[in-house]
Design a protein around this ligand. Structure first.
Ligand SMILES: [Zn+2]
Length: 464
């Protein structure tokens, strides 16, 4: 079970297409680079991850509320948040091979992070020339001048493009929470510390997307803004560490191997424009360690900015002291698509059954898109009828599907590849003894269970 699997990433991508988890976007038109569509099983898996997040961080806690804000926001929001001015990368083109590169990354990779920090566009160009830094694709040092490339998608709201106002697709969900801070306070009477979380799509025009669903220009985030009383460093640090631990535990609960997870504290140099303390949780992907999420202490940056730009008083009134102040925030932000990729990679396994290699997705039962499959042994009306009745009953509690096509062994393989924990077969004996065979995905053990005890059996196995 722990054996190394060669080309795991390629195998997972192939399985995703073959079994209906994830398809290339706009596939029949030759695709659209870097877009992916979640299909019948992928969309259910994604929903399971989101439901698990929502329950764990919102509804199971007393100090959290959820929200779902609009993707399109007043452009002033992005001025206040610093995204219009600061959310950009120094973009350069290789004149020889047309490769698009980030000037700061070229410098960073060759000369270290310090060499790139705080440099102007002009300086970036000079450093690259002076040190004869090469294009990663063709090896020449012949670039255009560096220019600011803002990662926000810009579009127009209104009927006539010329007169309509410019508007952005949000690059993060967080600002939807900050701009609603006062409304939530006034309608919910929340007391500090409390948090607001939401799941939603965000858009970033990445210069170098890739690695399947790891880095895409359209992606889904789950973000929390946790508001706390401005306190001493020790007090803030305590809450910050609590959030780091909560997320570590959450990933482990998803079925992720702890040995493949690590924390990485950001160097002060690479912190985002708003953050004074940030840690990532990283996962060891087949292509190397990559960021799964960030936990950032943002101070009061966002609320200060929104107060300034909107002119509205966003202060919190302490119910005990009547003191008025802007809370500080700790922001855990994760990518749902990345998390889904990790769940797929963690679940993918190969073993040997009857001398043949079997591909099996060992999802946690809670994550599995289909919990139970029901088969009639043969396509005979008397067996089909019993199987359909059982299916209808199971569907009241669990996602389940029916399959009657092909040999029973083939049907098992299909369910193994989508990670279905239990398969139920109705055979001729079932008509006599009112029992069915239940097969376990992981142990391959088959048990005979009375039909009227199936419900209890499955609830014990599948309910956490
Ligand atoms: Zn080049």
């Amino acid at each position: 079970m722990t054996k190394q699997i060669e080309n795991k990433m390629d195998k997972v991508i192939a399985l995703c297409k073959r079994r209906g988890f994830i398809f290339p976007g706009s596939d029949i038109y030759g695709g659209l680079a870097n877009t992916w569509d979640y299909a019948q099983y992928g969309s259910q898996l994604k929903k399971n991850i989101k439901d698990y997040w929502w329950k764990y961080f919102i509804t199971d806690r007393e100090d959290m509320v959820g929200m779902d804000s609009a993707i399109l926001m007043n452009p002033k929001v992005w001025e206040a948040s610093g995204h219009v001015g600061g959310f950009s990368d120094p973009l350069m083109d290789c004149k020889n091979c047309q490769e698009r590169v980030r000037g700061d990354q070229i410098i960073e990779n060759a000369l270290g992070i310090e060499a790139a920090v705080g440099k102007s566009l002009k300086q970036i160009g000079e450093i690259i020339k002076e040190n004869n830094l090469k294009c990663p694709k063709c090896g020449k040092c012949d670039f255009t001048e560096a220019r600011e490339f803002n990662m926000m998608f810009k579009t127009h709201q209104g009927v006539v493009e010329e007169t309509a106002s410019a508007i952005y697709l949000r690059p993060e969900t967080a600002q939807g929470i900050f701009v609603n801070f006062k409304n939530i306070l006034q309608s919910g009477r929340n007391k500090l510390p409390f948090g607001v979380g939401q799941i939603g799509k965000s858009f970033r025009n990445e210069i170098t997307p890739g690695n399947f669903i790891f880095r895409t220009r359209e992606f889904e985030q789950a973000e929390i803004e946790y508001f706390v009383k401005p306190g001493t460093k020790a007090e803030i640090l305590k809450t910050y560490e609590e959030w780091k631990k909560a997320y570590w535990d959450w990933y482990v609960g998803l079925g992720v191997d702890e040995k493949k997870l690590r924390f990485r504290d950001h160097d002060p140099d690479e912190l985002s424009h708003y953050s004074t303390m940030t840690a990532d949780i990283e996962y060891e992907f087949p292509f190397g360690w990559g960021e799964l999420m960030g936990i950032a202490y943002r101070g009061d940056f966002d609320l200060v900015q929104h107060e300034k730009v909107s002119g509205k008083d966003l202060k919190y009134t302490d119910p005990e002291t009547n003191e008025k102040y802007l809370p500080h925030t700790i922001e855990p932000a994760l990518g749902i698509d990345r998390t889904l990729l990790v769940v797929l990679l963690a679940a993918y396994d190969e073993d040997e059954v009857n001398g043949e290699t079997r591909v099996v997705m060992r999802f946690n039962p809670e994550m599995a898109p289909v919990k139970v499959a029901v088969f009639p042994l043969m396509k005979k009306p008397e067996l089909q009828k019993v199987a359909k009745t059982i299916l209808a009953d199971i569907k009241k509690d669990f996602t389940a599907e029916y399959d009657e096509s092909g040999a029973i062994g083939k049907r098992y393989r299909r369910q193994d590849e989508i990670g279905t924990p239990y398969c139920i077969t109705v055979d001729y004996e079932s008509l006599e003894d009112k029992s069915v065979t239940v097969r376990n995905r992981d142990t391959l053990e088959q048990e005979r269970i009375k039909i009227d005890e199936l419900n209890k059996y499955l609830k014990e196995k599948l309910d956490k």
